[in-house]
Design a protein around this ligand. Structure first.
Ligand code: FAD
Length: 430
């Protein structure tokens, strides 16, 4: 009987250390360094503040906890990673301090799996060491969730790839040492069969960041970290390819699943934080002679939030457990990852809204982290593919092997079933 909800005592000790370390040493960074790039930019003042913290994480053997030991990680597996990421989800800076921030995690994964020795030496090692930042660039201005509409081209000219086209929302392009770009290398076949991943180092002539887009209501254009990029006759050597030509989407598959489940794990951390705020608020605030906590409509909000968070958390950990079991993105793993990806913005919306609402005007203000959390609601519904697309994956998978009814009436048609049941129990019936 292997269903078990307990944590090994040794590992629980490590989690306890992480909780304290994140609360005392990392969460204060969120209060001081506010720019969107601060948690990632090696040139930001925050990077200097994070350096000794990274060392401490390394000395505890918790660096790059998403990776196996062959790549310098602890080889914790996904279930333990889930419990760790719940803690890291409490701060924008914690994933970087622990060497497990997106999109570098997924980029390291594909470099490790598909990169040449030269690419690994040049990019993978410094990425794993947290010395450089990378970018993954697939979305285009006219198309995101439908790659069939991508147009950015890569054509071979002698021993060079020549890129032409535009990319959109390429996170961290402005601070990245290199971009991994998905481009159409064979326009005569379907996009999924004719695209190639190509590494473009920063500063390559012909690559231009048109502007940096921000998430949320930032006043200044160009304040964000999501690059709108144009390639014009941008040339890189043929061996800049990551994986075989035409197989860019196969390479991409091996990174996207990980990114999605890690987001969901960290979202549990954010949900827990919103719940903590909500609990403190309702036992502290008085109205009409009693605490908010004593009002039944408030109690309903607490109970619903608790149940939704627990359900979501268990689903995320179940998906992690499946991934540990199968060790690859099998069909059941992909279904559960899409299911939690689709559920994530809804749970976040419900819980963060209740927390905001129960704080009244203070909740709406810039004097608690709640409005920052609110911005993650739509973000989690879009990043790594919109909710609808993930629901389609879940529904198709659930329905794939379901057989239609034999006749006009379904297999569970009561009169037909009753006839069979009566025959089965005929000896006992008059
Ligand atoms: C914070 C953030 C970071 C990102 N970082 C990166 C990055 O680093 N690299 C990168 O390449 N991209 C990145 N993206 C882009 C992201 O992958 C795309 O935004 C996403 O795939 C959706 O594409 P789109 O924005 O073009 O929306 P569209 O594809 O235009 O979809 C818009 C809406 O149409 C509806 N819709 C779409 N398809 C269907 C369907 N099949 N059925 C029903 N309704 C549908 C949904 O409501 C959807 O929200 C990032 C996005 C965000 C928000």
């Amino acid at each position: 009987m292997a269903w078990d909800f307990s944590t090994d005592p040794d590992f629980e000790q490590q989690l306890e250390w992480m909780r304290k370390f994140v609360a005392e040493e990392i969460e204060p960074l969120d209060l001081v360094f506010r720019s969107p790039a601060a948690p990632f930019d090696p040139a930001s003042p925050a990077a200097k503040a994070m350096a000794p913290l990274k060392q401490e994480v390394k000395s505890k053997g918790l660096w790059a906890c998403h990776l196996g030991p062959e790549l310098g990680g602890g080889g914790f597996g996904q279930l333990k990673l889930g419990l760790m990421n719940e803690i890291l989800g409490r701060s924008r800076f914690a994933p970087t301090v622990f060497g497990t921030q997106a999109p570098d995690t997924g980029n390291a994964e594909i470099l490790a799996r598909f990169g040449s020795e030269e690419q690994k030496q040049k990019y993978l090692q410094p990425l794993l060491d947290g010395e450089i930042v990378s970018c993954y660039s697939m979305t285009e201005p006219q198309a995101g969730s439908d790659p069939g509409q991508f147009t950015c081209r890569a054509r071979l000219d002698g021993n060079e790839w020549v890129l032409d086209g535009e990319k959109w929302f390429a996170s961290h392009a402005c601070i990245a040492e290199f971009l991994i770009v998905m481009a159409i290398s064979d326009p005569d076949v379907k996009v999924h069969e004719g695209s190639t991943m190509i590494i473009v180092p920063k500063g390559t002539p012909g690559m231009e960041i048109i502007r940096n887009t921000a998430v949320g209501p930032k006043d200044e254009i160009d304040e964000g970290v999501h690059g709108y990029i144009r390639f014009t006759n941008c040339r890189v050597p043929e061996n800049s390819r990551l994986g075989p030509a035409g197989e860019g989407f196969k390479v991409a598959q091996s990174r996207l699943g990980g990114g999605r489940i890690h987001h969901a794990m960290r979202t549990v951390g954010m949900l827990n934080k919103a719940m903590e705020y909500m609990k403190e608020r309702v036992v502290s605030r008085q109205t009409k002679g009693e605490r908010l906590a004593d009002k039944q409509m408030v109690q309903e909000k607490i109970a619903d939030s608790y149940t939704q968070i627990l359900q979501f958390r268990l689903h995320v950990l179940y998906a992690a457990w499946l991934l540990d079991r199968d060790q690859s993105y099998t069909r059941p793993v992909r279904r559960e990852i899409s299911a939690i990806k689709a559920a994530m913005p809804g749970v976040l919306q419900d819980v963060v809204y209740r927390a905001l609402h129960l704080h009244g005007s203070l909740g709406m203000s810039n004097e608690t982290p709640l409005m920052d959390m609110w911005q993650y609601v739509p973000e989690m519904g879009i990043v790594d593919g919109p909710t609808e697309v993930h629901k389609i994956v879940v529904a198709k998978d659930i329905l794939r092997d379901v057989k239609p009814s034999d006749g006009v009436f379904p297999s569970y048609h009561t009169p037909t079933q009753r006839e069979a049941a009566r025959a089965k129990f005929a000896a006992y019936l008059d």
